[in-house]
Design a protein around this ligand. Structure first.
Ligand code: ASP
Length: 332
């Protein structure tokens, strides 16, 4: 039942990663490319919600688009491990029944977010990793790709730089990786180690959902997994409080269970959504050395975001507010 007292009947917030993104560092065509990509993906999610679609569907639709977009560190365009592989992580959660699904270290499934959703809906489990997760994807007929599908020249160069700085050997280029500059390389901006994508939504039934998808951090080793696929850290959704998706230095987000912490402040302390995201991102995270940001939506349709980096690719839209796209701190 739509809530007549709601701030919005449907609402959607999207992030494309937080990091060192300053005005003057982005060339006009780069800035335009990111703004257009964020706007396009957000509008696609809004179209789902506008026709009374589910928050969960909106989350998946938007993240699939961003996973295919080489500008972002998720799916195609993901960062490389020190071994020269793309190992992808994703999580999705819905707030009505609090069902959740997650995957980590996926290398062949084109859309990790859809695999996370399939884990949630068609398995008895919440979290699958590595080879097994890809095998489950195959068993469910989710689209499989050659690992070189995820390759971008720009991310390969970032890997080479990171490995040189750490005096680690540079692995051979992945088999089948295209040679030469790719279109994204010219438009992409090196925002440091970040660039994850995430979406939160509230639909006209009053249900909230959250999803997050990432390649993790450049030159990660030893099967490292960040916060993004960890329910309660990189994503969380409950109709009792809110839905949150995070991006930033995963190790800190895991230790603070950032997404759940925001929702707990709303649920138990009665904080407004904005006060809750600010408390976690501006106070708790920096206190232990973490940087990044979150987006959030409440069951009443209120939206919020907060980041302690110089920028975060972000967008929001609802039935009560037209599309807003931001990158820098002083954007609206
Ligand atoms: N949180 C992600 C991770 O630690 C990275 C990011 O959001 O940029 O894997």
């Amino acid at each position: 039942m739509p809530d007549p007292a709601a701030a919005a009947q449907w609402a959607l917030v999207v992030h494309g990663g937080a990091g060192a993104i300053e005005r003057g560092q982005l060339k006009p065509d780069q800035e335009r490319a990111y703004r257009e990509a964020m706007a396009r993906a957000t509008e696609a999610g809004a179209a789902v919600l506008r026709r009374d679609g589910r928050a969960l569907d909106a989350v998946e639709v938007v993240i699939r688009l961003l996973e295919d977009d080489p500008l972002f560190n998720a799916g195609r365009g993901a960062v490389f491990t020190a071994d020269g592989k793309n190992e992808l992580d994703a999580a999705i959660m819905e707030g009505r029944e609090m069902k959740a699904g997650a995957v980590a270290g996926v290398t062949r499934t084109r859309h990790p977010i859809s695999l996370a959703r399939t884990v949630m809906e068609r398995s008895a489990h919440v979290f699958l990793i590595g080879e097994g997760a890809d095998a489950f994807a195959r068993s469910q007929r989710l689209e499989q790709v050659d690992p070189s599908w995820f390759f971008t020249e720009r991310r390969w160069r970032s890997l080479e730089k990171a490995l040189q700085a750490e005096r680690l050997p540079i692995p051979p280029r992945p088999a089948g990786a295209p040679r030469g500059p790719d279109a994204a390389a010219a438009l992409a901006h090196d925002e440091g180690k970040h660039g994850t994508v995430g979406v939160v939504a509230r639909d006209s039934r009053g249900d909230v959902a959250a999803g997050t998808s990432t390649g993790g951090t450049t030159a990660k080793r030893w099967g490292r997994v960040g916060d993004s696929p960890i329910i309660g850290a990189g994503a969380y959704a409950s109709n009792r409080s809110c839905a949150v998706s995070a991006t930033g230095t995963g190790e800190y987000f895991i230790r603070l269970t950032v997404a759940r912490e925001v929702c707990a402040l709303v649920e138990y302390k009665g904080l407004s959504l904005q006060a809750a995201v600010d408390q976690v991102v501006q106070q708790q995270l920096p206190a232990i050395g973490g940087d990044g940001g979150v987006i959030a939506v409440a069951p009443d349709g209120r939206m919020a975001w907060s980041f302690n980096t110089t920028g975060m690719y972000r967008a929001r839209i609802s039935d009560a507010e037209p599309l807003v796209v931001g990158i820098f701190k002083d954007d609206p």
